[in-house]
Design a protein around this ligand. Sequence first.
Ligand code: UDP
Length: 330
Amino acid sequence: MKILVTGGAGYIGSHVVKALLESKKHEIVVIDNLCKGSKKAIDALKTVGEFEFIDMSLEDVLRLEELFKTHKFEAIIHFAAFIEVFESTVKPLKYYLNNTSNAINLITLANKYGVKNFVFSSTAATYGEPDTAQVSETSPQNPINAYGRSKLMTEWVLKDVALANKNFRYAILRYFNVAGASSDGLLGQNYPNATHLIKVATQTISGRRDKMSIFGDDYDTKDGTCIRDYIHIEDLADAHIYALDYIKENDSEIFNVGYGKGYSVKEVIDAAKEVGGDFRVEISDRRDGDPACLIANSDKLRKLTGWSPKRDDIKLIISSALKWEENIKE
Ligand code: UDP
């Protein structure tokens, strides 16, 4: 297939491009405006296989349309988005413009040019504060921040477009907490001001920060800190390939992507200390927009697509992230 990957220079996008190149089955075109993605990731991917890279923003609809005119894409995997929950609470329009409006630009062109398959990076943040320990794809979606709402609106658009156009299929992947780096050390998180827990912990271990904070220890959880379902980036990347193969042969589908297991912030920090040695941690106030507990029920992904995790091990996730962190050259 000829596949367009948006945001392919980003953390998740680059790992998926790597998996696609390694499968040697597809022709890949990556677009990324490099506002968060990294040119280094593109250069690293060039050592894996051939693909076309275009520095382009989804806002530039005219240029984007030219791309659709000159390439006959059979699938789009859409990553390009902003992802920071807290930032979305203070700059909501930034999120609605990129995660919703720009996604609509892309979906519009996908329809105009007859692209049949669309894989969308959605998020567990669309569930908000679930009533159950584990959330399934049919759990209510009541996002509690602009990030979650900006992604949920795009889910709605995809569903309506697929209802109206029988030749258009989507796979909505609701990611839980993605972490780690590629096992061969080629790719990892390059994001300069990363806010994600495991990234911050490995930055602290490797001395890039002198301490880190636990954002609130008064949640209604076993140790008072928030619980999340952390998935290794390479398992998450594989899920895209399985989901795309599935919708090609079947119908549109929504999949949670996680392991179905929760770790508290304190448990992750303890595991990080076991992996990398002691570091300074302080308790600070809650961060706005954080739900107490988010754990995936990912049975559907396993049953329908045959995907199964290969790296379900929190210490392995942390050690791959740490190895990457220690190899990053400023
Ligand atoms: N967290 C923390 N300290 C940090 C970064 C994150 O205590 O330096 C907590 C955060 O409040 C949340 C959990 O770790 O409860 C996971 O946050 P992350 O930003 O990794 O992912 P999110 O679930 O927000 O997408």
